[in-house]
Design a protein around this ligand. Structure first.
Ligand SMILES: Nc1ncnc2c1ncn2[C@@H]1O[C@H](COP(=O)(O)OP(=O)(O)OP(=O)(O)O)[C@@H](O)[C@H]1O
Ligand SMILES: Cc1ncsc1CCO
Ligand SMILES: [Mg+2]
Length: 262
């Protein structure tokens, strides 16, 4: 795809307000990642204001990482507002295979029709009901093991489904792409996957969901590759990653994206 950079250019031209209901671990890095790419993040989850805020936002990212009942209610409410307003929203089913509570909340969230579901391979396998090895927030399955589950989940839910890992896989249930950008340091920094979902959400308004998701994944992986060139380990990688996200241009994204049809 030689148009990848256009999605970054479009997003920066009219920076979206990205409503994030995310976990305690991800809050800071996710907001910084969104600022680095050029979007405007806001972390809002109180039940007294979540519907009003969702009404103001162009796009929403929901992440069940540090779930509790009040937050779960806020997530379903916000997703319902986006759906009613015809605006996009993205689901990160963190650790969905681990507990019944997570499975029940995800079932409620799927009723609100996410535009995109992005998780690691173990999460997508678990959400699709296909069995997974992952125990918590980290993947224990390779991306390839979740590709059939991703296609099934996309067909069943109408969402674009993205499986992140060494080579990301993205499908709308019929067409599919692989994104080979990335670096092995990325899963060694917590909440980079959570933050990626914010970037996907930022790319969605007014764009075709499959192509916008591919572009967001390529941007993210390419920034990871560039950060790894100067990083000494996970700590300095995180700082270099924010700098690389901010420095990437539409032109360098189009040139560096390693996207293929699956
Ligand atoms: N082994 C790897 N090599 C290259 N890139 C990777 C690798 N593993 C993950 N990535 C990249 O890291 C980013 C985050 O994906 P990952 O699958 O680690 O998310 P996650 O498991 O949900 O993370 P978290 O829950 O900690 O936020 C994606 O851009 C993905 O392409
Ligand atoms: C480590 C961790 N625990 C709950 S959420 C989270 C962030 C990565 O998903
Ligand atoms: Mg995750």
């Amino acid at each position: 795809m030689d148009t990848t950079g256009l999605y970054l250019a479009g997003m920066r031209q009219s920076p979206p307000l990205v409503h994030c209901i995310t976990n305690y671990v991800a809050m800071n890095i996710m907001a910084n990642v969104l600022l680095a790419v050029g979007a405007s993040p806001a972390m809002v989850h109180a039940r007294e204001e979540v519907a009003d805020f969702a009404g103001l936002a162009q796009t929403l990212s929901v992440n069940i990482g540090t779930l509790d009942p009040a937050w779960a209610e806020a997530m379903v409410t916000a997703a319902g507002v986006m759906r009613a307003n015809g605006r996009p929203w993205v689901l990160d089913p963190v650790g969905v295979g681990a507990t019944r509570f997570r499975q029940e909340v995800c079932a409620d969230l799927l009723k609100e029709k996410p535009t995109v579901i992005r998780g690691n391979a173990s999460e997508i396998l678990a959400l699709a009901g296909a069995g997974a090895k992952g125990r918590g927030a980290d993947a224990a399955d390779p991306v390839e093991a979740a590709e059939d589950a991703a296609r099934d989940l996309a067909q069943r839910t109408g969402a674009v489904v993205a499986v992140s890992g060494a080579v990301d896989y993205v499908t709308d249930g019929s067409a599919a792409y692989r994104v080979a950008n990335g670096d092995a340091l990325m899963p060694r920094v917590t909440a980079l996957g959570c933050s990626l979902n914010g970037v996907i959400a930022a790319f969605l308004p007014g764009q075709p969901a499959l192509q916008a998701t591919v572009a967001a994944l390529a941007l993210y992986g390419l920034a990871g590759e560039r950060a790894a060139q100067s990083a000494k380990g996970p700590g300095s990688f995180q700082t270099a990653f924010l700098d690389a996200l901010a420095a990437l241009t539409p032109e360098t994204l189009t040139t560096g994206a390693r996207v293929s049809r699956a």
